[in-house]
Ligand binder design. Sequence first.
Ligand SMILES: NC(=O)c1ccc[n+]([C@@H]2O[C@H](COP(=O)([O-])OP(=O)(O)OC[C@H]3O[C@@H](n4cnc5c(N)ncnc54)[C@H](O)[C@@H]3O)[C@@H](O)[C@H]2O)c1
Length: 330
Amino acid sequence: MDVLVVGGAGYIGSHCVRQLLAAGHRPVVLDNLSQGHRAAVPAGVRLVVGEMDDQALVRRVLREERIGLVMHFAALINVGESVRQPERYHRNNVVATLGLLAAMEAEDVRRLVFSSTCATYGVPERMPMSEDLPQRPINPYGQNKLDVENALRGLAAEGRMRFAAFRYFNAAGAAEDGAIGEDHAPETHLIPLAIAAALGRRPPLEVFGADYPTPDGTCLRDYVHVDDLARAHIAVFPKLEAPGAALFYNLGTGVPTSVRDILLAVDCATGKAVPHTFGPRREGDPPALYADASKARRELGWEPRHATIDPIVATAVRWHLAHPAGFGDR
Ligand SMILES: NC(=O)c1ccc[n+]([C@@H]2O[C@H](COP(=O)([O-])OP(=O)(O)OC[C@H]3O[C@@H](n4cnc5c(N)ncnc54)[C@H](O)[C@@H]3O)[C@@H](O)[C@H]2O)c1
């Protein structure tokens, strides 16, 4: 399959590009490099630097490369920032996505895999979280993703697009061979922050809340290895052959992991204690979020190869030790 990977120079997209190559597909990357990295795109893979809603550019690339399917990872991803800059988030994550979809339709490319998020559920009514829970996002970022899901539902109902939307839980880890990993600026994700604190590259970590109704008082989240996420994107291809395909899957391991569990895993993998302090809870952080991913298991035969947190953190630590400045391009 000839696949356009939009946002393919970013964290999850770049891991997907490598998985596509390994599975014998031909990826082409489109990324504006606002967060992505040139060096995350393997040699021999075409990188087109540009905006996903640049109609002329996207249409030309779809045509030139005879693209059959688009994977769409491009978004602004910082939840706190989305609260402060809702218009910017709406413009980039929703309006620009509609531009991408229009270019696809104009070139008759009608298969899409979309990166959605568990943040579309807001504060869920029950655990673990299955796809039939009500979606009531509590921040603009989650709302953006739900808006796109709804737009896709509409297009699919009219026979104009076939799609799968994956609602990721917390992407984590790095490529097994250490070639690529997570390098966001600013970084807001717990594992890279904890590793940087352990390695003395940033001040002690502030843990938000130690008084949650959880076994150790800290929040529970579901960390899923980035290569496991990537594999699901390829496993879904046959499903997109069905007319009217409009598919939603949660992707997580289903293993609730606390902030303290993460600190212990980082202590263990680095051989250094993560310096940390405890602060108050952060508004809008539910005590627990973890997936029921049985639908993806059942329908896609998807099975995360990394089922526990220690090996996931170990891959991240290997990447950060070998790349103290990340991709070194900022
Ligand atoms: N990281 C997670 O834990 C997580 C969890 C749930 C959902 N997601 C979703 O997965 C996707 C990928 O996340 P990530 O962590 O790899 O983020 P990332 O920031 O590393 O990657 C996103 C990429 O998209 C590019 N981009 C952004 N806006 C663009 C535009 N208008 N035109 C072209 N390129 C653009 C950026 O330069 C970047 O390379 C995002 O859609 C995110 O919302 C991520």
